[in-house]
Design a protein around this ligand. Structure first.
Ligand code: PEP
Length: 318
């Protein structure tokens, strides 16, 4: 499945093709519209066939990658002891599908409270970490401290760290390398701003941010890539399933060409940006969307559970 999907991307982005990344990149139209449509339909049917052949082994289709569905909740700088206690209680009583990795990222101050009260079914992530070993770095939190408090993941490269705090690609790559070397999983965020999308630079920006991770990290074993278009984060303006899918295909194709087919296949590529309980199922149906990173809607336990359980949208109806 991964091969079929990535070959779709390479064929569509290759020199002989029409750009089918819906205007994200300038078109190189050597095929006319009818030819490209038929190429797309042909490849799409191959994808479907390939999906069906996986049915027996895992009971899940519509996944181009081989990784388990992954949903992260980024609580950002929200919450109080009381509101977090209520959220944890809602999550503890929620019925969650088994075939999903679930992670929440509380504010640092509340990680201990969450770790001591939240079901072990859900892992804990930091929202950021220092670039090296802890020490005289006022206001920072080290990877060692995150591990000490029970976190197993860290979110790095979030757009608010990039564009509000001013972290650059190389700094973020170094942070990822340090966290991975110390044994934390990394949710590596990438994504374009609205003006970059409108200028046709979506892929350039995403690939540049990906390359900074690739240049720095020791391995891709514990990395989940979160594609989060900046214009969709916290705006209520979710990317359409097609918009998200075409970037996810391109990201997987980039990994295939620049890292390895194996990494392209096994790396979870999750979508973030105004995901909620009403839109997650449609997004989850897309082959290259392996889960979600959720901000606002992760602060409501029942809604976050609905998003987690949208993995069922990937399953074949009996
Ligand atoms: C995020 O901050 O990672 C995010 C996706 O936020 P929201 O879901 O609120 O858009």
């Amino acid at each position: 499945m991964a091969v079929a999907s990535t070959s779709l991307a390479s064929q569509l982005s290759g020199p002989k093709s029409v750009s089918s990344y819906s205007g994200l990149r300038r078109s190189c139209s050597k095929l006319d519209h009818t030819q490209s449509l038929s190429l797309f339909q042909h490849l799409h049917s191959q994808l479907r066939l390939s999906s069906s052949s996986r049915k027996a082994s895992r009971g899940v289709v519509a996944m181009a990658g081989t990784g388990k569905f992954f949903v992260g909740g980024n609580w950002k700088c929200n919450g109080t002891k009381d509101s977090i206690s209520k959220l944890v209680s809602d999550l503890n009583s929620a019925k969650l599908e088994a075939d999903v990795d679930v992670v929440v990222a509380p504010p640092f101050l509340y990680i201990d409270q969450v770790k001591n009260s939240l079901t072990d079914r859900i892992e804990i992530s930091g929202q950021n970490s220092w670039v090296g070993k802890g020490g005289a770095f006022t206001g920072e939190i080290s990877v060692e401290q995150l591990k000490d408090i029970g976190a197993t993941w860290v979110i790095l490269g979030h757009s608010e760290r990039r564009h509000v705090i001013g972290e650059d690609d190389q700094f973020i790559g170094k942070k990822a390398a340090y966290a991975l070397n110390e044994g934390l999983g990394v949710i590596a965020c990438i994504g374009e701003k609205l003006e970059e999308r409108e200028a046709g630079k979506t892929f350039d920006i995403c690939f540049q941010q990906l390359k900074a991770f690739a240049d720095a990290v020791p391995s891709w074993d514990n990395i989940v890539i979160a594609y989060e278009p900046v214009w969709a984060i916290g705006t209520g303006k979710v990317a359409s399933p097609e918009q998200a899918q075409e970037v996810h295909v391109a990201v997987r194709d980039w990994l295939k060409k620049n890292v390895s087919p194996e990494v392209a296949s096994k790396t979870r590529i999750i979508y973030g940006g105004s995901v909620n309980g009403g839109n997650s199922a449609e997004l989850a149906k897309k082959e290259d969307i392996d889960g979600f990173l959720v901000g606002g809607a992760s602060l409501k336990g029942p809604e976050f559970a609905t998003i987690i359980n949208s993995v069922t949208a990937k399953k074949v109806a009996a």
